[in-house]
Every structure is written in structure tokens, then in C-alpha cells.
Write a protein that binds this ligand. Structure first.
Ligand code: HEC
Ligand code: HEC
Length: 335
């Protein structure tokens, strides 16, 4: 056989393999729901979302009067802040990277180490943390209650509940439940438009669910199975283990993050130490960064990804970016 025939044959075999591996993969699991679920005691309504949005952007709720939720979770920066580590009131620098809040409504656990079980519970953290908003919860309630327009809005949004810290965090959570990703090229691809993503991105997808084993953790429509894993970054943050020192499997383990719109929220990882998607892919796919220091989870192995593999997976990850949500930051706040 002539060489070009062999090459053509090989290409045919490899494209057949790609097609069968895609066909055997259940594509329905990638379909993004149009709305996020809400708990029985805080059903999402328009009035609650409008109110929560104002509170989310309202920097008066912080000690310096200059830091709001949006400071660290900015809709223009992929709902993160573009920084390695979060910066709160008076320039205080926190220990971890600000994760995106996009699709956080679909998560079982909040925070990198999963220490909060709901969005409502999560918010009490940043409100009181010294390096974030540094407030007493009572003082937040006082400020909100001092604005007549807020009081009116609360009466309409939560007619049978008093205005207190519970209803304040509920309103913000209602807004967060609307912060969900918009249809990306990959969603069009899943819906059947095979040309919606490039040939390289298509190859990247088959690597993602095949050779590279990314799907072992980044599974389902939100590209996370919610598991806590040690990807072998080798930094000193013990992560989820802090919640239960005896659980060795939680040593240096952090929550598997969503990969939707991931292109927009660099730098990456809980320590914000990685600038590019290529580098993040190489760390997760080729056995960690400093795996010898604190080990890695079992599913982190050297998958022998080549530079080309990494480029194609990166192309695929970029196809997970949809348009920004049409959310405009309010400039006038209730008084
Ligand atoms: C100073 C920056 C800063 C401010 C202000 C801030 N956050 Fe965060 N946020 C972070 C950081 C850092 C984390 C991760 C901390 C950790 O995991 O230990 C986080 C985590 C979260 C998470 C969890 C996301 C996930 O995937 O686990 C949500 C949701 C969130 N913040 C919402 C809010 C809301 C709502 C407010 C306002 C009440 C707020 N944040 C204020 C920096 C900030
Ligand atoms: C064993 C589970 C696991 C596997 C397999 C895995 N990841 Fe991850 N991935 C994680 C966890 C956990 C993090 C966050 C780790 C941290 O910050 O300490 C992460 C972080 C990332 C990030 C950074 C996202 C952000 O917002 O910071 C990207 C990008 C990423 N992974 C892509 C991939 C790709 C591509 C593959 C396949 C080559 C892959 N991952 C394989 C668990 C995994």
C-alpha cells in the first residue's frame, strides 16, 4: 500500500472511532436547563430578583462603603474579578481566588471547599469576613431598613416575612438563581448543529470525554459532578480537609468548578495561580503541577496529552462560552 493510502486509511479509522465514541456518549446530559431550581421557602419571583440585584450591587452594605458582591463577582469579568486572590474592604487581600457565581444555583455545595450548603447560607460568609465586606449582620439589616425604598420593596417581595438578615440573603440568592449561562456554540452543537463548533473543538470534545478523562469530574450540563478533588497544585491550602481533619481523601481537595464561560474568568484554580486555559488543561490532564508534594486524587493521572491535544481541548473549552447575560449594573440605589 502506498503511504498516502495508509494515511487515508488511518484517518478513516480514527474518524470512525471519534464518531462511535461520540455516538455512545449520552448527549442529553449536556443540555443546559433554562432556569435554575429554587427552594420551597424562596421561590424565584420577579420582585425578589429585582430586589436581590440591587442588594448584590450595593456597596453601602460593606464596612468601607465601597465593596459589593459585584466587586469580586463582576458580570463583566465572567462573574469573577480577574484577580488571583480576592480583594475586599480597605484593600485587604483574601486567601483564595474568587470563583464565578455563574450557574452556582445548580451546585450542591458552595465555596471552593463546599462549606456552605445553599446560596442563602453562603452569603453570610462574605458579609462578615474581615477581608471581604467586614460587617456585622445587624448593621447590614440596619442599613437596609434605613432606606424607605428598600423597605417597600421587601414588603412586596416577601409580604409574609419580616425584613431581616434572612430575607436579605434570600433576595440576593433569588437574583443569583437567574445568573445562568447563555446558549454557547457547544449548546448549538448538542442541539444537532454539527458545524456550530470548529473541527479542532470537536476533536477537543472527544478528547475531553475520552483519552483525557476530563469527564471523570467535569461531567453533566454544568461540567462538574460536584466532587472534591486534589489536582496536585502543591500549595499549602488543605482545602476541604479543614472541615473534617480525619478525612484523608479531603486533603488538598477543592470543588470541581464549572467550565461554562470558563474563558472569561481567568486566572484559574482556588489559588488563582494559573493564567491560561492551556496551563489549566495540562495540570488537570497530565497528572498535576507538583503532585509529589501533597499527592493527587486517583482520577488525576498523566494522560500523556500532547501540545496538540491541549490546544484542541482548549478550543473545546472556548466553545462553552455563551454571550454575557444582559445584566446592567444599577447606578442608582434605593434610599
Ligand atoms: C472580597 C471579594 C468577595 C466579595 C465582596 C464577595 N465574594 Fe463571593 N467569593 C469570594 C471568594 C474568594 C470566594 C471563595 C472563597 C472560598 O471558597 O473559601 C467566594 C465564593 C462565593 C460563592 C461560591 C461559588 C462557588 O462556586 O462555590 C458565591 C455563590 C458567592 N461567593 C457569592 C457572593 C455574594 C452573593 C456576595 C455578596 C453578599 C459575595 N460573594 C461577596 C470573594 C468575594
Ligand atoms: C479528578 C477530577 C478532575 C479531572 C479528571 C479534571 N479536572 Fe479540571 N478541575 C478539577 C478540580 C477539583 C479543579 C479545581 C482545583 C483547585 O482549584 O484546586 C479543576 C479545575 C479546572 C480548571 C480551572 C477552572 C477554574 O475556574 O478555575 C479547568 C480549565 C479544568 N479543570 C479543566 C479540565 C480539563 C480540560 C480536564 C481534562 C484534561 C480536567 N479539568 C480534568 C477536577 C478535575
Amino acid at each position: 500500500m502506498k503511504l498516502n493510502k495508509i494515511v487515508t486509511g488511518m484517518l478513516l479509522v480514527s474518524s470512525v472511532l471519534t464518531i462511535t465514541s461520540l455516538a455512545s456518549n449520552d448527549m442529553t446530559k449536556w443540555i443546559m436547563p433554562k432556569t435554575a431550581p429554587s427552594p420551597a421557602n424562596n421561590k424565584t419571583t420577579k420582585k425578589r430578583v429585582e430586589l436581590g440585584k440591587l442588594l448584590y450591587f450595593d456597596a453601602r452594605l460593606s464596612k468601607s462603603g465601597q465593596v459589593s458582591c459585584a466587586t469580586c463577582h463582576d458580570p463583566k469579568k465572567g462573574w469573577s474579578d480577574g484577580r488571583a486572590k480576592a480583594v475586599g474592604v480597605f484593600g485587604r487581600v483574601g486567601p483564595r481566588n474568587s470563583p464565578t457565581i455563574l450557574n452556582s444555583a445548580f451546585q450542591k455545595h458552595q465555596f471552593w471547599d463546599g462549606r456552605a450548603k445553599s446560596l442563602e447560607e453562603q452569603e453570610l460568609g462574605p458579609m462578615q469576613t474581615h477581608v471581604e465586606m467586614d460587617m456585622k449582620l445587624d448593621d447590614i439589616v440596619k442599613i437596609v431598613k434605613s432606606k424607605k425604598a428598600y423597605v417597600k420593596m421587601f414588603k412586596k417581595a416577601y409580604p409574609n416575612e419580616p425584613l431581616n438578615i434572612k430575607t436579605i440573603v434570600k433576595a440576593i440568592a433569588a437574583f443569583e438563581r437567574t445568573v445562568i449561562s447563555q446558549p454557547s456554540p457547544f449548546d448549538l452543537y448538542v442541539a444537532g448543529n454539527k458545524n456550530a463548533i470548529s473541527a479542532n473543538a470537536t476533536m477537543g470534545f472527544s478528547l475531553f470525554i475520552g483519552k483525557a478523562h476530563c469527564v471523570d469530574c467535569h461531567d453533566g450540563f454544568n461540567f462538574t459532578d460536584g466532587s472534591f478533588q486534589n489536582v496536585g497544585l502543591g500549595d499549602d491550602d488543605i482545602g476541604r480537609q479543614k472541615l473534617k481533619m480525619k478525612r484523608k481523601a479531603w486533603s488538598h481537595a477543592f470543588k470541581t468548578p464549572t467550565l461554562r464561560d470558563v474563558e472569561k474568568s481567568a486566572p484559574y484554580f482556588h489559588d488563582g495561580s494559573v493564567q491560561t486555559l492551556q496551563e489549566a488543561v495540562a495540570i488537570c490532564g497530565n497528572g498535576g503541577r507538583y503532585p509529589k508534594k501533597y499527592g493527587t486524587s486517583d482520577a488525576i493521572k498523566n494522560r500523556n496529552l500532547t501540545t496538540k491535544d491541549i490546544e484542541q481541548i482548549t478550543e473545546f473549552l472556548k466553545s462553552l462560552s455563551g454571550p454575557d447575560l444582559p445584566i446592567v449594573a444599577p447606578t442608582v440605589f434605593p434610599n
